[in-house]
Design a protein around this ligand. Structure first.
Ligand code: MLT
Ligand code: MN
Ligand code: ZN
Length: 295
C-alpha cells in the first residue's frame, strides 16, 4: 500500500485565514511548512487512487501531486472517495470534483444523509458519481485488490449540524475509522476520534500502520492560546498528551504510528520544539503535506 498525505492539517489549515497564532505566522513567513486540510490518498499501483476525505483544498492538493493528473482529455486517477465523517474539512472538496467525471463515493448511510440534506452536493452528479453505502463491519473494495472496512469511533455530529445539546462521544455511523488491507498489510485511518476506548484498542491489534487524530496537543490548547473557547473534548478530539491522551492510550499498539489532522495551534508543528521531540521519542511520526509512506 502506498499512502500520500494530501493534507496534514485539521479544518482551517496551517495557516488558517483568520489566525495570527505563532504557528500560523511562522507558516506565512516560511519558517515552518504550511499544511493543507485533512486528506489521505492510497494506492496499490500508483495509477489508481482512493482519497480518504475530500478537503476544501483538494484542487491544490491534486495539482501538487503528478500521480493525480489526468492521462487523457477527460480522465482522473481518482477512482474513489471515502468519507469518515460529515465535517466541512472532509466533504467540501466534493464540490471541486463536480465536473462530470465518474468515481465512487463511499460513506455510511448517516454521512450520505448529510450530503443529501445539503442540496449544494447535488452538483456532484449522482449519475456519474455513484454514492455507495458502506456498512459497519462489512468489507468492500475501495480499489481493485484493496479491501476496506469502516468501524465506529467515538465522535459527534458535524459542527454545522450541532443542536443545543451535543453528545461528543457518540458511537455510531457519524464518525468512523477505516481499516485497509491488501491481503498482506493492514493500515488504519482515524482522523477524528474523541476517545481511545478498549474497543478501539482491540480493533487496532493487527495494525501495521496507523494514521491517527493529532488535532490538539492538550485539551485546553485553544483556550490557552486564546484562539477559541472549546476544549478538544467538546470538539470531539482526543489530545495527544496526558494520561488519557493518544500517546498513552495507544502505547501498546505495535504499528508504525503517524499523526494527521493537526490543528494550527498544535505545538507539534514546530520541528524543533519539545513536543515534536517527545512525540518522535514515543515512536510516532507527524504527517506533512506530500509525505509518502509505503507498507
Ligand atoms: C473538526 O475536526 O472538529 C471539524 O473539522 C471542525 C470544523 O468543521 O471546523
Ligand atoms: Mn476536522
Ligand atoms: Zn493559528
Amino acid at each position: 500500500m502506498r499512502f500520500l498525505v494530501l493534507g496534514a492539517a485539521a479544518g482551517g489549515g496551517l495557516p488558517q485565514w483568520n489566525c495570527g497564532c505563532s504557528n500560523c505566522q511562522d507558516a506565512r513567513s516560511g519558517k515552518i511548512a504550511a499544511a493543507s486540510q485533512s486528506s489521505l490518498a492510497v494506492s496499490l499501483d500508483g495509477r489508481q487512487w482512493a482519497v480518504l476525505n475530500a478537503s476544501p483544498d483538494i484542487r491544490a492538493q491534486m495539482m501538487a501531486c503528478p500521480a493525480m493528473y489526468p492521462q487523457s482529455l477527460r480522465d482522473t486517477p481518482l477512482a474513489s472517495v471515502l468519507l469518515t465523517n460529515g465535517d466541512i474539512d472532509h466533504i467540501a472538496g466534493l464540490l471541486s470534483l463536480r465536473e462530470q467525471t465518474p468515481f465512487s463515493l463511499f460513506a455510511t448511510a448517516e454521512i450520505h444523509e448529510v450530503l443529501k440534506e445539503n442540496r449544494i452536493f447535488d452538483a456532484v452528479s449522482p449519475e456519474k458519481v455513484e454514492r455507495k453505502r458502506v456498512v459497519i463491519g462489512r468489507s468492500f473494495d475501495i480499489l481493485p485488490g484493496l479491501e476496506a472496512q469502516v468501524f465506529p469511533v467515538p465522535g459527534k455530529v458535524p459542527l454545522f449540524m450541532e443542536g443545543e445539546q451535543v453528545q461528543t462521544d457518540l458511537v455510531g455511523e457519524q464518525t468512523v475509522g477505516v481499516r485497509l488491507s491488501d491481503g498482506a498489510k493492514v493500515a488504519y485511518y482515524i482522523p477524528g476520534c474523541a476517545e481511545v476506548n478498549d474497543d478501539l484498542l482491540t480493533v487496532l491489534q493487527d495494525a501495521d500502520q496507523l494514521f491517527f487524530d493529532g488535532t490538539l496537543w492538550q485539551d485546553d490548547e485553544m483556550i490557552l492560546s486564546r484562539t477559541g473557547t472549546k476544549t478538544g473534548r467538546r470538539m470531539g478530539h482526543i489530545s495527544i498528551s496526558g494520561p488519557d491522551g493518544s500517546i498513552a492510550r495507544l502505547a501498546g499498539v505495535a504499528a508504525a504510528k503517524t499523526y494527521v489532522h493537526m490543528n494550527n495551534t498544535n505545538p507539534v508543528w514546530q520541528p524543533d520544539g519539545p513536543e515534536r521531540a517527545f512525540v518522535l521519542a514515543q515512536g510516532w511520526s507527524v504527517a506533512a503535506d506530500g509525505m509518502e509512506i509505503e507498507i
